[in-house]
Design a binder for this molecule. Structure first.
Ligand code: SF4
Length: 84
């Protein structure tokens, strides 16, 4: 499973932080931080991606569901979008 986090869309509501500890608060920027997220190459919007460990799949889905502006997207291994 893979997660993508669109930092430019994030409005800093921090619900994702409650759902999965791979999301942390950047209070200064008013944005979430995806721990171990890598900036997608050639992406000017600032989309960070990382793999989701098997034991964190539920948390990752909840984080994506909790985001009020759909800044977080979860895909399964064959690229099918799962959430939102
Ligand atoms: S829930 Fe969405 S808007 Fe809120 S901090 Fe997380 S990514 Fe940003």
């Amino acid at each position: 499973m893979r997660i993508e986090y669109d930092r430019s869309t994030c409005i800093g509501m921090f619900q994702c932080v409650v759902e999965w500890d791979a999301f942390e608060r950047d209070e200064t920027a008013g944005k979430a931080v995806l721990v171990d997220g890598e900036l997608r190459e050639d992406d000017e919007r600032g989309v960070f991606v990382r793999e989701v460990p098997d034991d964190a799949e539920l948390d990752a889905k909840f984080a994506a569901r909790s985001c009020p502006v759909d800044a977080i997207t979860v895909y399964d291994d064959d690229g099918t979008q799962l959430v939102p």
